[in-house]
Write a protein that binds this ligand. Structure first.
Ligand SMILES: [Zn+2]
Length: 259
């Protein structure tokens, strides 16, 4: 009898895991289908390069941009909001900017633009993904925060970290020592999102590969078949967190800006 009960429990449990639709385990194809239970992050759903990176790329650089021309002068990031932001949405973005300032001890600051010529415009186009350029590009550059992106605080921070000069963690030259890319599970046409780059163009900024980076893709990013696209070499490692910067993310940022 005990064995039968256990069997029933196991069957019920596994069928709940396999539930279709927008249940836990769902892999949406666009940001509008994203829910907090989705297996991927909102910033992995754009149609942009690597999901959320605005082209063109700077001529050099992956995970941390080595070229100092793309850094914000003295760590000061100028910005403006487009008119479609509500006050509560502005509060979310401002909260993230405040967090960067306090995390870096004031080394990185965000200042509302007056006449500066290099600045971020925060936009909110729901028909496009969350996205950002990488580094300071010169002139106006965009970070797009649709509501479903604002709903995930780590994705708000993630896009800002792109703008400050960082790419995705799994682009590092040494990533194959830490993760296995499951090419057969990747949606056709999205394989380039899993390119890696040599250490002549990527800076590690003194840090080793970081499974816990807010810039790491989740295990199911760009999956076409519900199977993982990234398997960690360390079986106990979790990837794709979007709660906040890891200590390693912060260390690299402090190092990049000579804080
Ligand atoms: Zn990204």
């Amino acid at each position: 009898m005990k064995a039968l009960c256990l069997l029933v429990v196991v069957v019920l449990f596994s069928s709940s895991l396999a539930a279709p639709g927008h249940q836990k385990g769902f892999i949406p194809k666009s940001g509008k289908e994203w829910t907090p239970e989705s297996l991927v992050n909102p910033d992995e759903l754009g149609e942009f390069f690597e999901g959320d990176i605005m082209l063109p790329l700077p001529p050099r650089g992956k995970n941390g941009l080595l070229d100092e021309r793309y850094r914000w002068t003295n760590g000061v990031v100028n910005y403006e909001f487009s008119s479609e932001f509500s006050s509560s949405q502005i509060a979310v973005v401002r909260g993230a900017m405040d967090d960067y300032e306090s995390m870096t001890g004031g080394c990185i600051t965000f200042v509302e633009r007056s006449s500066e010529s290099n600045y971020i415009t925060f936009t909110q186009d729901d028909s496009r993904g969350c996205f950002s350029s990488v580094g300071m590009r010169g002139g106006s550059q965009q970070i797009n925060y649709p509501q479903w992106c604002l709903d995930t605080y780590g994705s708000v921070l993630h896009e800002m970290l792109h703008a400050l000069g960082f790419y995705h963690e799994q682009s590092r030259w040494d990533r194959d020592d830490y993760v296995t890319i499951m090419w057969e599970n990747i949606e056709a046409g999205h394989e380039h999102n899993f390119d890696k780059y040599s250490d002549t163009v990527i800076g590690g900024f003194g840090e080793n590969y970081d499974y816990g980076s807010v810039m790491h893709y989740s295990a199911y990013a760009f999956s076409d078949n519900g199977q993982k696209t990234i398997v960690t070499v360390d079986p106990n490692a979790d990837i794709g967190q979007r709660d906040g910067l890891s200590q390693v993310d912060l260390n690299k940022l402090l190092n990049m800006y000579n804080c």
